[in-house]
Design a protein around this ligand. Structure first.
Ligand code: HEM
Length: 215
């Protein structure tokens, strides 16, 4: 008897899970960036904002659980698609049909692992083992005053830029928004979202290194 495939077992299902979980993560990245803009307003604003979030446990823990779930689903589907592609590549039908898709996929497979390493480092640095617990502004500014740490953040956020640009672009394709008439808009929207998050996040370590944000 033929077994029915559940959605997550099919390639299109896995891509849909990648797209939806990616959307949740990008939504968080936008909110996180907007919150971090408090760094430009000084220690009181930044620490006050962090305190405010910690005073809302349902929001804090709801977001953490949702993110954990989204990251788990995103990484599991990525592995699974990668494995499937690897096996398919072994077949004798070696036809490169779509160079653009191939290039985007390759970008995802180097930027994804770099991003994962960066996020683990980032969580250890600011959330799990902060130098000065409760002093978020001081932790960030003191951290970024070290060019090596600032460099890690710049590299991590550049990887994020590449990853979300191709991610948003291919997510539109997965959900079917792939029509010659709309492809330019699709590209422009992917560039706009990606530029706001990437340039915005890069501005923090650069502003500290330039002495624009100080202790
Ligand atoms: C230069 C860019 C960034 C800065 C300055 C920054 C800053 C911070 C700070 C200060 C915290 C700790 C907040 C606190 O303890 O109250 C934090 C937590 C966090 N950041 Fe970032 N971040 C940046 C980029 C990113 C990126 C690109 C991601 C991933 C998409 C990310 C994901 C997280 C997560 C998941 C947490 C933990 C939130 C929690 O407490 O549950 N951050 N970030």
């Amino acid at each position: 008897m033929q077994r029915a495939l559940t959605l997550h077992q099919t390639t299109v299902g896995k891509k849909l899970i990648m797209a939806l979980s990616g959307l949740i993560i990008v939504g968080f990245a936008i909110g996180h960036f907007l919150g971090n803009l408090n760094l430009y307003r000084g220690a009181e604003a930044m620490d006050g904002y962090a305190e405010f979030l910690k005073g809302l446990p349902p929001l804090l823990w709801g977001t953490r659980l949702l993110l954990l779930f989204a990251f788990g689903a995103h990484i599991a589907s990525a592995f699974s698609l990668w494995n499937r592609n690897r096996k398919a590549r072994g077949s004798r039908y070696k036809v490169h049909k779509d160079l653009a898709t191939d290039y985007a996929a390759r970008t995802m497979y180097w930027s994804g692992p770099i991003l994962l390493l960066f996020i683990v480092y980032h969580l250890l640095h600011f959330t799990i083992l902060p130098a000065h617990p409760g002093e978020v502004y001081r932790n960030v500014v003191e951290g970024f005053q070290n060019p090596l740490i600032a460099g890690v953040y710049i590299a991590g956020n550049l990887a994020l830029g590449f990853h979300i640009f191709h991610g948003i672009y291919s997510a539109f394709q997965t959900v079917g928004a792939n029509h010659p008439r709309y492809n330019d808009y699709r590209r422009d929207l992917a560039i706009a979202i990606c530029a706001v998050i990437t340039i915005g996040n890069l501005s923090f370590p650069i502003a500290v290194l330039a002495g624009f944000i100080t202790l």
